[in-house]
Design a protein around this ligand. Structure first.
Ligand SMILES: [Zn+2]
Ligand SMILES: [Zn+2]
Length: 359
């Protein structure tokens, strides 16, 4: 028997991940749905994984010491699919529950690659309702239905989450009808359930002993007083446990509220963007977008996402102990300069996350 064979399956899995190296990907944008076809972006984390490279290693001790492990399941900024990196999704594992934080397309497969089953995930927390953060919800809910996974999947998210989830649940009726008609034994199983809890700026809630605080950020940029401003919020989160705290920006531009939320956190998982890289990628992908739209798009990336300069100021202003970057559209050759820019403001450890990194 090896040292690891008496460990739980997921711990062995995690240890393998910590010992493995993964290959980076490319870039992209996060076209959103502003007037024309805008984009969004973001990025996250990294922890003590990878074979030692001083530039990416945040700490020298194993992340398994922590009660709460943050796994960057998907580190690409959306919503253009990448052949190398999955869409935004993260897993927070506290040894009891695997909590999915954002659910971009491909999240179910990334959960499996991280060594978990879908039945481990009973909580999903959504930061905002752009499709690169919600595209995996339909598969996650449908797979639970078809497997008859017992219990309730609780989905927390900002206003509008209920509308999204209700539509997905309604779309599953043919699946449930076929399931029931095809196998009378299956029809006798209790159905999987889905619950939605909508949360807003300032809300606090708990999952076991994990305490979560939400704060509205500056990602949406609606004009105050408009209907959309009143109806929707993009949220950042802080996760507090007894041994560490993690703050997660979601998608945001510079924001005093996000900085206050992250104050003193052990780890800040932040999005990052490069407006020029985003635009170059968008131009290559969508040649039909008129040049006149480029200044508008560039401003979106500069104001409603975080450049390397803005990330450095955020991490320094919040006084966080370490920084992990995800929702990252940059090709690898741009990362060294981004790191230099960040460290002009922030002198703590910085890591650019890859899919399935653990922190
Ligand atoms: Zn977004
Ligand atoms: Zn995004």
């Amino acid at each position: 028997m090896t040292d690891s064979e008496d460990l739980p399956r997921k711990v062995r899995f995690t240890r393998r991940l910590l010992d493995s190296s993964s290959t980076p990907r490319i870039s992209i944008l996060d076209i959103a749905l502003l007037a024309l076809t805008v984009g969004l972006a973001a990025a996250l984390v990294v922890i003590a994984t990878k074979p030692v490279t001083s530039t990416t290693r945040l700490k020298t001790t194993s992340v398994l010491e922590h009660k709460m492990i943050w796994t960057t399941l998907g580190t690409m900024s959306g919503p253009i699919p990448s052949p190398d990196r999955s869409q935004p999704a993260n897993l927070l594992w506290n040894n009891k529950h695997a909590i999915l934080v954002d659910a971009g397309d491909g999240a179910a497969e990334q959960i499996a690659k991280a060594g978990h089953s879908l039945s481990d995930v009973d909580t999903i927390i959504v930061s905002h309702l752009h499709i690169d953060h919600t595209g995996g919800l339909s598969a996650l809910i449908g797979m639970r239905y078809q497997q008859h996974i017992p219990g309730t999947l609780t989905i927390y998210g900002p206003p509008g989450t209920r509308q999204v989830v209700d539509a997905i649940v309604a779309s599953e009726k043919p699946l449930l009808d076929l399931d029931a008609a095809g196998n009378s034994l299956v029809a006798q199983l209790a159905p999987s359930k889905v619950a939605v809890v909508e949360i807003i700026d300032g809300e606090k809630f708990s999952v076991d002993d994990l305490k979560i605080t939400a704060a509205e950020n500056s990602h949406y940029g609606f004009e105050p007083g408009t209907a959309n401003y009143k109806a929707y919020q993009s949220l950042s989160f802080r996760f507090d446990m007894s041994d560490r705290s993690i703050s997660f920006t979601g998608d945001t531009g510079p924001s005093d509220a996000v900085q206050a939320l992250a104050k003193g956190a052990d780890l800040l998982v932040s999005e990052i963007t490069d407006p020029d890289a985003e635009l170059a990628s968008l131009k290559a992908e969508r040649t039909d977008i008129p040049f006149i739209a480029y200044p508008v798009l560039k401003k979106h990336f500069e104001v409603q996402h975080l450049t390397a300069d803005a990330v450095g100021k955020l991490a320094a202003g919040a006084g966080v102990k370490s920084l992990v970057l995800t929702h990252n559209p940059m090709p690898d050759n741009l990362i060294p300069q981004a790191r230099v820019t960040i460290t002009k403001h922030y002198d703590g450890p910085v890591a650019f996350a890859k899919d399935l990194d653990n922190y």
